[in-house]
Design a protein around this ligand. Sequence first.
Ligand code: ZN
Length: 147
Amino acid sequence: MEDYLEKIYILIEEKGYARIVDIASMLDVLPSSATKMVQKLDKLGYVIYEKYRGIILSQEGKRLAQHMVEKHELLDRFFHLIGVNPENIYEEVEGIEHHISKQTAFCISSLVHFFEENPQILQAYEQFRNQRADQLQTRETGKKNTP
Ligand code: ZN
């Protein structure tokens, strides 16, 4: 449900409107499932859905969606910072963002700020991570070579 609000918000920001077909393709679901969910969001008061006029977010829906987008951006920044392969970041953030509590988000955002304000510590971490990556690589190749 939250991912629907997030996508509706992004579509409205980018295109000015959100259509069922676009929501469905962004979430990789059938348009019929997207319609059902949007109707449910309408019942819950998060969106206003009129079949021929499109979808708009209610104030509460917008608040929740903004919150999701912020959380997504935070996790995206965090994953980049700690060195996650950029190719995997989007999918992994989408996978975990709904399970991160407010308190966890606060801790992650504190860590992000801490790293950003202390580049020498970030650098020390990067060095440490690269060394470990090398060690793991050696150990794995070492293992493969022993019968
Ligand atoms: Zn997201």
